[in-house]
Ligand binder design. Structure first.
Ligand code: UT7
Length: 323
């Protein structure tokens, strides 16, 4: 038997305020047409002034627990992917821990920007596989609205806020490619590309800073690296693209999503797409798409799901799991 990390619950949270593309037309030299055609984004949710990353993460975590019929006290660990934690420390994960009434176990943040959720999922899988935890909440939550330069049309129209969560549980499986649970992971980073996507603030500058991105340069890396990491993870699972039921990609740009699916030889009918409604929510985008995809009736038990993401670092990776 093989100890696998199986998804037993999903949930998400989106802030109430929805900002349509047209709202930017009054303030910036941009248009709904440009944003839609270049990115596929139509609207995004923006957190209220008093709403934090840990608040949204808590709501997503509670929804995932409800979905699984469990409570905070049933969880051993929280791994929370974010680049926009409420405070420099403690981690947003420990704030969620307190908020969901979990008084044992451990909680920590993972920071790999838009690739954060695949990094968190991979780490949670290792915790379960090694027997260090039996149930792990894996959360992606971001308030990128707080690090936007709202005068920079090349970035501020692209991002949004939100949170998603999955609850993983250790289950003994036969040890074949038909097993439920995480079957393979692949993580990569290359720090030489720091200047393509970064925040120009932090502890070193005593400021929060703003996101800076050379979008077209990131784009050039994205399709190739995403298709490659998905291929590597599938291969290490002993599977191929033909076995895939759903790609659940990081939702940054519909053209990247389409290009990656094409490179993998898969039709868009097999891709969960939420970018039009959420924009780029960084580490939150994949768990949001998993939760929405399940609610829409797209992802069902037994389906083979491939997640892939790339972001600042550059950091990128993929996780192959059977739902
Ligand atoms: O999630 C983390 C990873 N990030 C990503 O995956 C983002 C990857 N990059 C992208 O999604 C795309 O590169 C963008 C959507 C950011 C931009 O699309 P693009 O087709 O690469 O456009 P571009 O950056 O080459 O810019 C084309 C033109 C430029 O004008 P000129 O220099 O050709 O005159 C920009 O100044 O579009 C201009 N532009 C805009 N025009 C209207 C940039 N932003 C805007 C805007 N409205 N909001």
């Amino acid at each position: 038997m093989t100890r696998r990390a199986v998804v037993i619950g999903t949930g998400h949270y989106l802030p109430e305020r929805v900002v349509e593309n047209a709202e930017f037309e009054d303030k910036l030299d941009t248009s709904d047409e440009w944003i839609r055609s270049r990115s596929g984004i139509e609207r995004r949710h923006i957190a209220a002034d008093d709403e934090t990353t840990s608040d949204m993460a808590t709501q997503a975590a509670l929804a995932a627990l409800t979905d699984a019929g469990l409570e905070g006290s049933d969880v051993d660990a929280i791994v929370l992917a974010t680049s926009t934690a409420d405070l420099t420390f403690p981690s947003a994960a420990t704030m969620v821990q307190a908020a969901i009434g979990m008084t044992k176990g451990f909680a920590f943040d993972v920071q790999a920007v838009c690739a954060g959720f695949v990094y968190a999922l991979s780490n949670a899988n290792a915790l379960i596989a090694s027997g260090q935890a039996n149930r792990v909440l894996v959360i992606g939550a971001e308030t990128f609205s707080r690090i936007m330069d709202w005068t920079d049309r090349s970035t501020c129209v692209l991002f949004g806020d939100g949170a998603g969560a999955v609850l993983l549980e250790a289950q003994d499986q036969p040890g074949t490619t038909d097993d439920r649970g995480i079957l393979a992971t692949d993580l990569n980073s290359d720090g030489r590309y720091k200047d393509l996507l970064y925040v120009d603030g932090g502890v070193g500058t005593r400021s929060t800073g703003h996101l800076r991105m050379q979008g077209n340069q990131v784009f050039r890396h994205a399709v190739e690296k995403l298709a490659q990491t998905a291929h590597t993870a599938l291969e290490s699972a002993g599977l191929g693209a033909d076995d895939v039921d759903w790609i659940v990609p990081h939702q940054a740009n519909i053209r990247i999503i389409q290009g990656t699916a094409k490179k993998m030889g898969l039709p868009m009918e097999k891709v969960v797409v939420t970018v039009q409604d959420h924009g780029n929510t960084s580490a939150a985008s994949i768990p949001l798409a998993l939760s929405v995809g399940k609610k829409r009736g797209q992802i069902k038990e037994g389906d083979l799901v491939v997640t892939e993401a790339i972001g600042g670092g550059l950091a990128w990776g993929s996780v192959v799991l059977r739902w």
